[in-house]
Write a protein that binds this ligand. Sequence first.
Ligand code: FE
Length: 207
Amino acid sequence: MAMIELPPLPYAKDALAPHISADTLTVHHDKHHKTYVEKTNKLIAGTEFEKLSLEEIIKRSARKDAHKKIFNNAAQAWNHTFYWHSMAPKGGGKPGGKLADQIKADFGSFEKFHEEFHTKGAEQFGSGWVWLVLKGGKLAVEATSNADNPVAHGDTAILCSDVWEHAYYLDYQNKRPDYLTAFLDKVANWSFAEENFAQARSQSKAA
Ligand code: FE
């Protein structure tokens, strides 16, 4: 009985080619992501985590040695779903609306945001993720190690890129900076980021 489900990709496997190939998406979604979901379900079965949402599992297992395996698999399951939506066919370009204004206010310009996201993603040592996050009412770029993510720290994810080698090795081999350039310029899904930003703003107003 699956408690956490593997959501389908929000586009066809070849929809992001040539920037992210169908081969990469097939292995990445159908093998890597699927395994994180299956392992999470196996690990939470019969535990206090069994009936919780993925977000709750992440928050309650974060930074607890006894729950490290649950955290790693649950966070990776969440991160990958967020990553699929952070990309879209005919993506790239720049955000619009209030998110564009806030990026300008917090980074100085879209170009400065672009440079920081690219640099932090490229320089993340080993496996991890690079995020545009909203924390304390301000936008920031953060790189996280392995499975770690903004949910675990009470921050709001706006957009992310996977910098584990499995995300880019088939298409770019060791050239992670080239993958990140393609991510930002060709596939980044700014409509998704704008929705996340708008939702976070309306929640903070309601609170
Ligand atoms: Fe991945």
